[in-house]
Design a protein around this ligand. Structure first.
Ligand SMILES: *Cc1c(COP(=O)(O)O)cnc(C)c1O
Length: 327
């Protein structure tokens, strides 16, 4: 990332001078590397977009990618005169999915927030039963950010595909950690985030299947094929692509190592007694464990541990309120 902060600082949208062209080439190379990491080939158009190919639109993170995917799809449906008004998601999704969908539910759409099982997983049959004739979109995350469980994406993708329903997947916790090929899973829109795979904060992307139409949610200079206006942060984009390549290069040994450490931690915690596992142990991210310690006040436990460990009694996005995922 360093040269792109200090020496090669030109705006990649400035195509009339050499430094701008070099910055633009770095962005396009990063876009191609990111796509390749997801098993995708891009087209030649802006953001890799054309009718045959997948596109990658850079955003400030998964929050913005989710907003663009969900609100962009809903608005495009309205603009095109489409009649689909029902949206479906899980009750355990990240707030960056739930809040844009709840916003849409205040603006003419209907939202189902489907309950998951006690193991944190959605039953595809229950999801199928909750689909309606006018379902526009299903949004289901790949890996839960609190309990780490992996949702059955291929089954959900097949249900959506058979009905012409668009399938959005918030994969912020999964990209770089588990094998993920959106094309094979029937995913139409996939959100990812740099800082969830050892990349920089402030960068992410929305990956868009061929033929999916979105209304831009940020207007201005027409960057990213008109889907996301604003100058591109070249150092962050280069860093995101490099982070994904590094994460994929040692993904399997890293998962094996962290999985073994996690299993040992869980075995020793279990031996203490009074500690309950939250969410299915499998399928689950190798580096995730989430437990409830019975009969102990969270604040007191946090105070006892915080000098030795980086611990929280809630996720960074929940600001002190009890976890809706655990609830
Ligand atoms: C972190 C996270 C987000 C938000 O990503 P940012 O890049 O921080 O905006 C969205 N969804 C999930 C599942 C996350 O873990």
């Amino acid at each position: 990332m360093a040269p792109w902060w200090n020496d090669q600082f030109a705006n990649p949208a400035s195509r009339l001078h050499r430094p701008g062209l070099l910055a633009a080439a770095a962005v396009e190379q990063a876009r191609g590397r990111l796509a390749a990491g997801l098993g995708l080939a891009l087209g030649d158009g802006p953001a890799g977009m054309d009718s045959q190919h997948w596109a990658v639109v850079f955003t400030s993170g998964a929050t913005e990618a989710n907003n663009l995917a969900l609100k962009g799809l809903a608005e495009a449906e309205l603009t095109a005169g489409g009649q689909r008004r029902h949206l479906l998601t899980l009750a355990t999704e990240h707030r960056a999915v739930l809040d844009p969908l709840r916003y849409l539910a205040c603006h003419g759409f209907r939202l189902t927030e489907l309950a998951v099982g006690a193991d944190g997983l959605v039953d595809p049959a229950a999801l199928e039963a909750a689909l309606q004739p006018d379902t526009l979109l299903v949004s289901v995350m790949a890996a839960n950010n609190e309990i780490g469980v992996l949702q059955p994406l291929a089954a959900i993708g097949a249900l959506c595909r058979a009905r012409g329903i668009r399938f959005h997947c918030d994969a912020a916790q999964a990209v770089g950690h588990i094998p993920l090929q959106p094309a094979a899973l029937g995913i139409d829109l996939l959100s990812l985030s740099g800082h969830k795979l050892y990349g920089p904060k402030g960068i992410g992307a929305l990956v868009i299947a061929p033929g999916v139409r979105l209304a831009p949610q940020q207007h201005g200079g027409g960057q990213e094929g008109g889907l996301r206006a604003g100058p591109l942060p070249v150092p962050l984009i280069v860093g995101l692509a490099e982070a994904l390549a590094l994460a994929l290069a040692d993904r399997e040994p890293r998962a094996a190592r962290l999985g073994a450490l996690r299993d040992r931690l869980w075995a020793e915690l279990q031996a203490l007694g009074g500690i309950q596992l939250n969410g299915a142990l499998a399928p689950r991210l190798a580096h995730n464990l989430n437990v409830t310690v019975a009969g102990v006040d969270g604040t007191a436990l946090h105070r006892a541990l915080r000098r030795q460990l980086a611990v929280s009694s809630g996720s960074a996005c929940s600001a002190g309120s009890p976890s809706h995922v655990l609830a």
